[in-house]
Design a protein around this ligand. Structure first.
Ligand code: CTP
Length: 400
């Protein structure tokens, strides 16, 4: 979504300005062209050299530059005309107030006022003390900005630089990046409620041991982010993974297949779309030991009894009014044949097939879509990019 997009990254005078160095780096890594604009206050916290080095471009900070008559170069007009978005992160209470009132007294606030509102989105990531955040003036200004179509990222809650605690922390750079990508994403799932399972499950043997699998959860989490970016309300039911909860996604952590099923049944009624990405255990230990199994003699080897777990995808697909159900199938052989048979057995309209072991934990994946019209292979691509393509494919297939 960010490849070749031109982002104006506005930095204002907040201690959170250090986070913007990382944000600039993340945006560039995603293929965006970044021009940094700094207020006078921002330069008290971090130097323009940092951003010039990271972006490879001089920092814009002068409103009153000599105008180049030949090119009609007016910085506060030209910069926004070339930009796809103006992101102010961190945004102080003062700068937010000025933008809410249409005050333009430096380059950054001029850019906010002079941008073409249809072409150049404006988002702010507020950063301020908790009392400044809940001051009525700020509350009024934020409501005005939201009404004017400005996206407000966060803020987060937690320890503040001043020693106090509460709302007002700038979101972490990775979360800002996710929201910037969402800003640029067509809203093909606006108003839809998407339920997604992700990661492995963990089936206990005794209180300290269990059986799990090598699913990392990356594909399911990427789909959850992509669905949220496309405007959906997303609930993610995830088994044990090392991944951070995605912003703007309601994440519920579970361990076992039975817990995952319960959570899915609870949320399936509100869902229009169900995507089963989790590598759910097919069997669980039927007689979980209440205490740690001890090894008393050298020849002691426990015998485990297994029973099948419920098929979550099939269970959801069999409900009276099922959501549009999408399955994932990791196969090691006869991919298309096994996947088509699995789609019919599960009673679902769409199945996404991939090669089992090679995708686990990898950042890239190659999949084939299997529906009632046949199979359709997508190119190998990074999982986050693939997730965006899959969300578009799913949106195309949803009943009107
Ligand atoms: N699935 C599920 N509940 C299960 C097992 C699988 O919801 N108990 C879902 C997965 O999330 C995936 C799809 O079913 O979307 C296919 O999973 P897979 O493990 O490939 O298929 P299985 O039905 O387990 O069949 P097999 O292991 O025999 O290939």
């Amino acid at each position: 979504m960010l490849t070749n997009k031109h982002i104006l990254l506005g930095i204002t005078g907040s201690i959170a300005a250090y986070k913007s160095a990382e944000l600039a780096r993340l945006l560039i890594k995603k293929g965006a062209r970044v021009t940094v604009v700094m207020t006078q206050g921002a330069k008290e916290f971090i130097t323009p050299l940092t951003f010039a080095t990271l972006t490879g471009k001089p920092v814009a900070d002068q409103l009153w530059l000599n105008r180049d008559a030949a090119s009609s170069n007016i910085a506060h007009i030209n910069l926004t005309r070339e930009a796809d978005a103006l992101i102010i992160a961190p945004c102080t209470a003062n700068v937010a107030a000025k933008i809410a009132q249409g005050i333009a007294d430096d380059l950054l606030t001029n850019l906010a006022l002079a941008r073409d509102q249809k072409r150049c989105a404006l988002a702010i990531a507020p950063a301020m003390n908790v009392e400044m955040w809940r001051n009525r003036a700020t509350v009024r200004n934020m409501a005005q900005l939201a009404q004017d179509g400005v996206s407000i990222f966060g803020p987060a809650s937690g320890d503040q630089a001043c020693g106090e605690f509460g709302d007002g922390r700038m979101l972490e750079p990775q979360d800002c990046l996710t929201l910037i990508e969402a800003l640029m994403t067509p809203k093909v799932l606006q108003g839809q409620h998407v339920l997604i399972t992700a990661g492995p499950t963990f089936e206990a043997i005794d209180p300290v041991r269990g059986i799990t699998n090598r699913s990392s959860g990356k594909m399911g989490y990427a789909l959850a982010k992509a669905a949220a970016a496309a405007g959906a309300h997303v609930t993610l039911i995830a088994g044990p993974t090392a991944l951070a909860n995605p912003i703007n996604v309601h994440t519920i952590k579970v361990e076992s297949a039975a817990q995952m099923l319960q959570a899915c049944l609870h949320h399936a009624q509100q869902a229009n779309v169900f995507i089963g990405v989790a590598a759910v255990a097919d069997w669980r230990v039927s007689d979980i030991a209440p205490h740690k199994i001890k090894k008393q003699h050298a020849q002691d080897v426990p015998t485990l009894q297994f029973e099948q777990t419920a098929d979550i995808l099939h269970t959801i697909a069999q409900q009276e009014k099922p959501p549009y159900c999408v399955g994932f199938a990791a196969e090691t052989e006869n991919l298309l044949e096994f996947a088509q048979a699995k789609r019919l057995k599960k009673g679902i309209p769409l199945l996404i097939a991939n090669h089992g072991p090679s995708t686990f934990g990898a950042d890239e994946n190659q999949v084939t879509l299997i529906d009632d019209t046949g199979s359709h292979a997508l190119a190998q691509q990074p999982k986050h990019q693939l997730a965006a393509s899959l969300i578009q494919e799913i949106a195309k297939r949803l009943p009107a």
